[in-house]
Structure formats: structure tokens, C-alpha cells
Design a protein around this ligand. Structure first.
Ligand code: ADP
Ligand code: ZN
Length: 616
């Protein structure tokens, strides 16, 4: 009998299981149910794909995004796995053929959208089929508390009732404690079968900067660190995605917008280009990304603040699924804090929900303003302990200096109080800096004791102080939504001088100086190639070959080989089938399909450089 390890080696081309994969697969093989929590790129799919291949019958995979099933299925077929999908995009004849294959046991895996699965007709079909297992991808969609609730997911519990003896595996990359509890209770999974792998994504470098000129900051980040890389830029509004995409295009980058308001064709076209071409930047609302498993997204940039750490972690988690270096980069400013606070305050949901939203926002803001390791904050949010600072986030790489801001905070808070808690940040700053503009004179605020007490900081520095005070909950925004800053109960001890306050030093340095201090380029795909130019050239040749083979079959390039595998080829230069097969990411089907093409490219390049040597 074939073992899971043999399938891993021969079909997927990987030498060993990772983390808890082995345990999870054994549990499923033995008929057990489970909830699998692993970060994006952690290797969840193998946990259900291997049992689906090995157990008699077909494994059913419920997945919310039909657009992407196609690529997942294409990737499996490249590996020689008998996979198909059923969704509304299929012509009826094709669907009928797949249903027939399901009934005659000709499929290892069948991907299906939840709404399709829940149709009585489909369930009756499943009744007649032999089911190897059931997998529910993006299982957090089941939770009303989660950030991506989908009503149709709630009904998936009928799977457990209808097929009690078929092993079920629910998986997700994002679920806080409450969401986990909801998933297991809904799907009747025993708590001891939550398999939580570490949530850490060590290859992602986290970085948050104060927003100054977001466009220039974004452009500099891409040019200096991710030139030619594929990436996602998230914005809150549809209009902004289009503006930013236009701006980046004008700067000579390949950038496309994506949001739910675009015509369907254009949306699909842009998504396809992102998946299939090298180095495309997509500028999107959060409508983009779920289920995107493009492994070589090198950066995720946020121009607006996400509403919660879960959302942030999931969005940034789309970078670097292939395990190579990637960036999660964000700029944020006072305006973002004010806007999200307003949204949370004015949300229509009930009191409890509103409080929850505010808590989530607080956690997010705490992350932005933290002066210690960012990864520790993120992992701590998911109840995971990282004992040492990570060494791969901005605060680790360039420790944040803080300064005693007690006096500055007292001035700012007192100015807010004395002007009547009705004015926005810009006005408060003008009063602090002693402006004599018309409004200030009209209100007589030039007579206040706090007028002109803040000349030691410029307007930019005061904005940063006010932002930090708001983010840390000393100030809030008036619930009417005019953007007036107000004191909270937390402000009192600071005003009275009982509490000392330390804020980020960034407030003391000029923006331009900090911009210069930007980090160097993140080493990406070709890092393992080192400085060897011959290897780099070979890598490019192999990449071009991959692009051609992919285009011929209308597939995304990574479905053929990942960058990581190409880099290994460039380093090890395999020229025999045995050598080729020993590369990570090469299984039997890939050897047979592509081995010769890649090995002959390697041989040619080899002789090419030898000739050059002789000529010299
Ligand atoms: P997830 O679904 O958790 O986001 P995937 O299942 O897509 O992650 O896996 C991420 C990447 O890691 C894929 O390219 C996959 O082929 C690879 N991978 C998974 N398991 C292993 C393993 N045991 N060894 C090497 N690579 C693996
Ligand atoms: Zn760190």
C-alpha cells in the first residue's frame, strides 16, 4: 500500500513533511475530524490533498472563490492528480461529465463552491458517490465573529450530519480563539483535534511608517526594495485604488486596479494578469485576495489601516507564500485613526458588536505604535509566544527611540480640553503653535494659557503626538463625526501628572531624514543564487522557458515550477533524471513533463559559458 510519505515524495516532489502535516494526515487517514490552523503558505492543502488521493473515493473541497479553483485544479493536474471543479462557470455538458467521473470513482479531488454544494441536487449526487473526505477551506467564514462571515458557510454543518463517517477537515489561516470555538462547535469537531501550527511567517518583514506623502513613500518603497516584483497595494476605497493604480502606471510600473465595482470582465482580466504575468502590481480593496494562492507575491502594502489584526494578518499573509523573503509594508496617519474610530463608533451593529469593533481597532493601533518587536505583538494576538524579538521587522532592525512626552501630552490634552473638545487636530496644533489666524482670534483662543505653548515642535511633530495619543486611547473622536478630538478617562492621570508617558521618537526627527534611512532591498527569489552572475543568468533563462511553457498552456507560471525550484535548478544544474527528481518541488509527473526541456536549457547554458571561457 502507498504511504502518505510516498505520495509526498513522488507526486509532490517534496522530501519531508513540515510541522504537523504528518500528524494531521494520519488523523484524517484514520477517519478523524479536525480543525487545522496554519499560516498562509504553511502547507494546509497537502493535509487534505494527500488523504483525498490515498483514501478510496473522492475528496470534496469546499472553497469560496470559484475564480481560483481553476488554478488550484490546474496545479494538481500538473502533478498528475485527478482533480476537477464544479461551479457555475462550467457549461452543463462539462459539469455532467465531471459528475459522472465522480460517480465512477475517477476523481481524487473535487473542488466545489459552497452554494453549489448545498443545492439538494448536489447533495443527492454526493449521496451516491464514494467520499474519501470533506475539506472546508477558509473555514473562518463560518464565524459570525470572524471578519469574513459568509452566510452560506453556516449551513455547511449539514455535511457532518449527512456524512457522519466521512472524515472532515476544516482549515484556515486566520482564527482567533472565539472564531475557533465557533468553527469546532458548528462542525462538531472535538477540541483536542484542533491542530494549530505556529502562526509565524518568518520570511515576511513587517514595517509601519508614519504617513507623510503616501504616493512618494509607496513609490520609493517599490523602487528601492521591490523593483520588478509582484505585489498587492491595499486601499480602503474603490476610487483610491484607481487613483493609485494610475499614479503607479504613470511612474512606469505595471499596476492594475481591482475592486468590486469594476465591470466583471475587467476585474477578471486584471486578476488574470496578476496571476499570470511576472511583476504585476494590483491595487485593490479588500475584495481582492481571498483564495489567491500566487506563491510569489513579494510585497503587500497598506495605504489605509485595516480594521483588525486578523484582517491585517490575513492580507499581509498573501506575501511570500513560497517562503522566500517578502515585505508587509504600511503607512498610516492621524486621519486613518480618526476615520476608523468614527466608523466603529457609528456602526449600526448593536452595542456589543460596537465594543468588539473598538477593541479590535485598539489592538490594531497598538500594533502600529508599538516600540518593541512587531512580530511579538502579532503572534501574541493569536496567543502564540515568541520569546525573542524576531530580527526581521522594522522595530527590530532599527530600534525605535522613545522620549518622555509627558509634558507634550499634557499640553496637547489640556489644549483639547480648553478649546471645548470640538476641534480637529489641525486647529489644536495651530493653537499650540501660537497661530493668530482669523478663527483663533474669533474664538478668543489666543487668550488661552495653552496658546503658543508648543512652539518647540513643528506641525508635523504635533500631528505625530496627537496621532499617538489617539491611537493609545487618550483622545478619541466625537461620536457626531465632525472629527473633533475629545478626552477619554485615560487622559486624566496624564493631565494631573500622575502618569508618565513615553512616545515614539519619530516625532523629534524631520521626515526627510527618516526617509533617507530606509532599509535596503529585501533579498527575494534569487537570494539563494548569491552573487554568482552565471547562476543568475541561468535562472533568468529558466524563468523565460517557464514563462513560454506556461503561456502555451494558458497557465500561471508557478503552476509549472515555483521560483524556489528554479533557483535550485540554477544552483545544482541537474542533467540526469535522478538529479532532476531530487530537487524540491519536482515529482514524477513534472519530471516527465518538463524535465527534458529544463535539463537541455541547463546543458546549453553550461556549454555556452564553457565556450566563453575558451575564447578568453
Ligand atoms: P496554505 O494552503 O497553507 O496556504 P499551501 O498548501 O498552498 O499552503 O502550501 C504552501 C507552499 O508550500 C506550496 O507551494 C506547497 O507546495 C509547499 N509545501 C507544502 N508542504 C510542503 C512540504 N512538506 N515540503 C515542501 N513544500 C511544501
Ligand atoms: Zn521583530
Amino acid at each position: 500500500m502507498t504511504t502518505p510519505l510516498e505520495i509526498l515524495n513522488r507526486t509532490f516532489g517534496y522530501p519531508a513533511f513540515r510541522g504537523r502535516q504528518r500528524e494531521i494526515i494520519d488523523h484524517t487517514m484514520a477517519g478523524g475530524h479536525s480543525l487545522v490552523l496554519m499560516p498562509t503558505g504553511g502547507g494546509k492543502s497537502l493535509c487534505y490533498q494527500i488523504p483525498a488521493i490515498l483514501r478510496p473515493g473522492t475528496g470534496m473541497v469546499v472553497s469560496p472563490l470559484i475564480a481560483l479553483m481553476q488554478d488550484q485544479v490546474a496545479a494538481l493536474r500538473q502533478l498528475g492528480v485527478r482533480a476537477a471543479f464544479l461551479n457555475s462557470s462550467l457549461p452543463p455538458r462539462e459539469a455532467a461529465r465531471i459528475e459522472h467521473q465522480l460517480l465512477t470513482g475517477e476523481l481524487d479531488l473535487l473542488y466545489i463552491a459552497p452554494e453549489r454544494l448545498l443545492q439538494e441536487r448536489t447533495l443527492e449526487l454526493l449521496d451516491r458517490a464514494e467520499l474519501a473526505m470533506l475539506a472546508i477551506d477558509e473555514a473562518h467564514c463560518i464565524s459570525r465573529w470572524g471578519h469574513d462571515f459568509r452566510p452560506e458557510y453556516l449551513q455547511l454543518d449539514i455535511l457532518r450530519e449527512r456524512y457522519p463517517s466521512v472524515p472532515l477537515l476544516a482549515c484556515t489561516a486566520t482564527a482567533d480563539e472565539r472564531t475557533r470555538q465557533e468553527i469546532i462547535s458548528k462542525l462538531a469537531i472535538a477540541p483536542e483535534f484542533i491542530f494549530a501550527a505556529g502562526f509565524d511567517r518568518p520570511n515576511i518583514r513587517y514595517e509601519v511608517n508614519a504617513k507623510e506623502n503616501e504616493r512618494q513613500q509607496l513609490l520609493a518603497f517599490i523602487r528601492e526594495r521591490h523593483d520588478g516584483d509582484a505585489g498587492i497595494v491595499y486601499c480602503l476605497s474603490r476610487k483610491r485604488t484607481e487613483q493609485i493604480a494610475t499614479f503607479l502606471s504613470q511612474q512606469g510600473l505595471t499596476a492594475l486596479p481591482y475592486h468590486a465595482g469594476l465591470p466583471r470582465d475587467q476585474r477578471q482580466h486584471n486578476q488574470e494578469r496578476f496571476l499570470r504575468d511576472d511583476g504585476v502590481i494590483i491595487v485593490a480593496t479588500i475584495a481582492f485576495g481571498m483564495g489567491i494562492d500566487k506563491p510569489d507575491v513579494r510585497f503587500v502594502a497598506h495605504l489605509d489601516l485595516p480594521k483588525s489584526i486578523e484582517a491585517y494578518y490575513q492580507e499581509t499573509g498573501r506575501a511570500g507564500r513560497d517562503g522566500l523573503a517578502a515585505s508587509a509594508w504600511m503607512v498610516y496617519g492621524l486621519q486613518d485613526v480618526i476615520m476608523l474610530r468614527k466608523l466603529a463608533e457609528n456602526s449600526d451593529a448593536g452595542e456589543m458588536h460596537r465594543r468588539l469593533e473598538n477593541q479590535k481597532l485598539d489592538a490594531m493601533l497598538g500594533y502600529c505604535e508599538v516600540t518593541a518587536c512587531r512580530r511579538q505583538v502579532l503572534l501574541d494576538y493569536f496567543d502564540e509566544n515568541l520569546p525573542e524579538p524576531c530580527g526581521n521587522c522594522d522595530t527590530c532592525l532599527k530600534p525605535v527611540e522613545t522620549f518622555d512626552a509627558t509634558i507634550a501630552a499634557q499640553k496637547a490634552l489640556s489644549c483639547v480640553a480648553r478649546t471645548g473638545q470640538r476641534f480637529g487636530a489641525a486647529y489644536i496644533i495651530e493653537v499650540l503653535r501660537g497661530s493668530q489666524n482669523e478663527r483663533i482670534l474669533r474664538f478668543g483662543h489666543d487668550q488661552l494659557p495653552t496658546w503658543g505653548v508648543g512652539a518647540e515642535f513643528d506641525a508635523w511633530q504635533w500631528r505625530s503626538i496627537l496621532r499617538q495619543l489617539t491611537a493609545r486611547g487618550f483622545l478619541t473622536v466625537d461620536p457626531e463625526g465632525y472629527g473633533g478630538l475629545q478626552l477619554t478617562a485615560k487622559a486624566k492621570p496624564v493631565l494631573k501628572g500622575i502618569e508618565e508617558l513615553h512616545l515614539r521618537q519619530e516625532t523629534l526627527s524631520k521626515p526627510a531624514a527618516r526617509r533617507r534611512a530606509a532599509a535596503k532591498k529585501v533579498t527575494a527569489a534569487t537570494a539563494s543564487l548569491g552573487d554568482d552572475t552565471a547562476e543568475q543568468a541561468l535562472f533568468e533563462t529558466l524563468r523565460e522557458l517557464r514563462r513560454r511553457l506556461a503561456a502555451e498552456q494558458e497557465l500561471p507560471p508557478y503552476v509549472i515550477f515555483h521560483d524556489k525550484t528554479l533557483a535550485a535548478m540554477a544552483v545544482h544544474k541537474p542533467t540526469t533524471p535522478e538529479q532532476f527528481l531530487s530537487l524540491s518541488g519536482v515529482g514524477e509527473a513534472k519530471l516527465e513533463r518538463y524535465g527534458e526541456a529544463f535539463m537541455s536549457a541547463i546543458r546549453q547554458e553550461g556549454t555556452g559559458s564553457m565556450e566563453m571561457d575558451l575564447q578568453e
